[in-house]
Ligand binder design. Structure first.
Ligand SMILES: *[C@@H]1O[C@H](CO)[C@@H](O)[C@H](O)[C@H]1NC(C)=O
Ligand SMILES: *[C@@H]1O[C@H](CO)[C@@H](O)[C@H](O)[C@H]1NC(C)=O
Length: 182
């Protein structure tokens, strides 16, 4: 009896261990995957939505734009203003040249350039944030090409240590509980 319940306990601790070790560290994602991507696309295949469609975004990720702040800006707008390229009433406007926006809720985010005429020429970005942090680890069996793209050099994980610390904690907790039963 005692041994079977401790097995269950050890098993659930192991489960916790995997859960924590696979949790994603918050990531900074460079828009377009390379510097100077925030500009009028030179061709259809160069459109930023081509990049964002291939990538997957989760809550906690941050988007980072690098651009010349004296010539351009990043506007967070609603869907209507995104479609019509209306720059008159953005939700957020940034022109610091190194804009970082944290994706703190799921759903679509609409960004357009604030530079005159740029949005009309295709300088806009739609990012859809998925709600479950762990979806891709537990449901998608193999990393998609987008996944590899995301894990490329353009991605700079900011806090990879946090998942590790969580795992260590669970191991310690598991050990205490496990030995307590014997
Ligand atoms: C995305 O890029 C590919 C080639 O890299 C192109 O064939 C495709 O049409 C592009 N899609 C969009 C929506 O621009
Ligand atoms: C842009 O949006 C503002 C505020 O929502 C609105 O007053 C204005 O008419 C819009 N302009 C265009 C060209 O649609």
């Amino acid at each position: 009896m005692a041994s079977s319940s401790s097995t269950i306990l050890a098993g659930s601790c192991l489960l916790c261990f995997f859960f924590f070790s696979f949790s994603e560290a918050d990531r900074d994602l460079l828009v377009g995957g390379k510097p100077d991507s925030w500009q009028i696309p030179s061709s259809k295949s160069d459109h930023l939505n081509n990049w964002s469609q291939k990538a997957r975004f989760v809550i906690g990720d941050s988007l980072v734009w690098n651009y010349d702040g004296t010539k351009d800006s990043v506007l967070l707008v609603n869907k209507k203003d995104y479609v019509t390229c209306n720059t008159s009433s953005p939700i957020e406007a940034h022109n610091d040249g190194n804009t970082k926006i944290k994706l703190d809720h799921s759903g679509p985010y609409y960004f357009i350039s604030g530079a005159q005429g740029h949005c009309e020429k295709g300088q806009k970005l739609l990012v859809v944030v998925i709600s479950e942090r762990h979806t891709r680890k537990f449901i998608s069996p193999a990393p998609s090409p987008a996944e590899e793209f995301l894990q490329g050099p353009a991605v700079a994980p900011t806090s990879s240590a946090s998942g590790f610390k969580g795992s260590l904690f669970m191991v310690a907790l598991g050990a205490v509980l496990f030995w307590g039963l014997f």
